[in-house]
Design a protein around this ligand. Sequence first.
Ligand SMILES: Cc1cc2nc3c(=O)[nH]c(=O)nc-3n(C[C@H](O)[C@H](O)[C@H](O)COP(=O)(O)OP(=O)(O)OC[C@H]3O[C@@H](n4cnc5c(N)ncnc54)[C@H](O)[C@@H]3O)c2cc1C
Ligand SMILES: NC(=O)c1ccc[n+]([C@@H]2O[C@H](COP(=O)([O-])OP(=O)(O)OC[C@H]3O[C@@H](n4cnc5c(N)ncnc54)[C@H](OP(=O)(O)O)[C@@H]3O)[C@@H](O)[C@H]2O)c1
Length: 283
Amino acid sequence: MNEMTAVTQATAKAPKTLAIPDAQTVTEVKHWTDRLFSFRVTRPASLRFRSGEFVMIGLMQTDEKTGREKPLLRAYSIASPSWDDELEFYSIKVQDGPLTSRLQHIEVGDEIILRPKPVGTLVHDALLPGKRLWLFATGTGFAPFASLLRDPQTYEDYDEVIVTHTCREVGELQYGAELIDSIRKDEMLAELIGEDFADKLRYYPTTTREESPKMGRITDLMRSGEVFSDLGVAPLAPETDRAMVCGNLAFNLEIKEMLEDYGLREGANSDPKEYVVEKAFLD
Ligand SMILES: Cc1cc2nc3c(=O)[nH]c(=O)nc-3n(C[C@H](O)[C@H](O)[C@H](O)COP(=O)(O)OP(=O)(O)OC[C@H]3O[C@@H](n4cnc5c(N)ncnc54)[C@H](O)[C@@H]3O)c2cc1C
Ligand SMILES: NC(=O)c1ccc[n+]([C@@H]2O[C@H](COP(=O)([O-])OP(=O)(O)OC[C@H]3O[C@@H](n4cnc5c(N)ncnc54)[C@H](OP(=O)(O)O)[C@@H]3O)[C@@H](O)[C@H]2O)c1
C-alpha cells in the first residue's frame, strides 16, 4: 500500500461532519419510500424523556452572510421508547426542505445535532385515567406513537389501545405496520405486562389515494360510524375513552372538533383531561 492510498483510507473512515455541538452518531438508517426514512442515533447519557415527547435535531449549515457554520434545527418526535439505549426518528424527505434535503443522505457513522431538551403534550401525564386509548395519526404523525406503543405504561394504564394511521399511499404505512408486528411479537413487553398484552393492541391503517383494504380519511370513517363497527367498539365517550392526535394542521383541527363533540376535553401537562394534540409539522 503506498502513502497516498493510506491517507485516502484514513480520510474515508473519518466522520463526514466536523465536530458539532450536541453531536450524536447515526447508528442505523432505513429508507421506507422516496419520501420517508427512519434512523437511529446514540443517546446522550444525560437525556431523560417521557415517551411521546419531541426534541430539536439538525445539521450544521453555513450562514450565507457571515460564512460561519451554525446549527439548522427542526422539531422531531422521538419515535423510540424512553427505555431504549438509542434514539429513533421517523422522517419526511422534503426535496427542497432546508433540513431534510440534506438529512435524507445521512449514513451510519455521521453526526447530527441533538438538543437534549425534550418537550411535548403527547404524554401519559397529560391524560386522566381511562379504559381505552385512541392514537390518531396521519403521515409522520405516527412517530410519537411509535414511542408510546413500545412503552409498557401504555398497556398497564389501558385495557385497550387503538392506533389509527391514515396516509395517501400504501407504502407510507409500512414503517407503522412493521412496528405493530414487532410489538405483538415483543417478548420483553409480554414478560412485563403479560402474554395477553398483544390482544389489547388494535391497528387500523387507512389510505386515501391508493387502493388498500381500508380506504378513506379516519375522520370520515368515524363520522359514518364505519371505524366503530369495524372494530366492534362504541363511539368515544369521556367516561371511558382517551385520545392522542398527531397529524397535519387541518386533520388536527377537524378531529379536535369531533372529539369535543364526543364530550372529550383537551388536556395539557399541567391540566390532564381526555385528549391531547400535537402538530406533526408546521404548515
Ligand atoms: C412538534 C413537531 C414535531 C415534529 N416531528 C417530526 C417527525 O417526527 N418527523 C418528521 O419528519 N417531521 C417532524 N416535524 C416536522 C419537522 O420539524 C420539519 O418540518 C421537517 O423535518 C422538514 O424540515 P425541512 O427543513 O426539510 O423543511 P421545512 O421548511 O421545515 O418544511 C417545508 C414544508 O414541508 C412540509 N413538511 C414538513 N414536515 C413534514 C412532515 N413531517 N410531513 C409532511 N410534510 C412535511 C410542510 O408543508 C412544510 O411547510 C415536526 C414538527 C413539529 C412542529
Ligand atoms: N404523500 C405523497 O405521496 C406526496 C407526494 C408529493 C408531495 N407531497 C406533499 O407533501 C406534503 C405532505 O404530504 P403527506 O401525504 O405526507 O401529508 P398530508 O397531506 O398531511 O396527508 C396525510 C394523510 O392525511 C389525510 N388528511 C389530510 N387532511 C385531513 C383532514 N383534514 N382530516 C383527515 N385526514 C386528512 C390525507 O388524506 P387526503 O389524501 O384525502 O388529503 C392523507 O391520507 C403535502 O404538501 C403534499 O402536497 C406528498
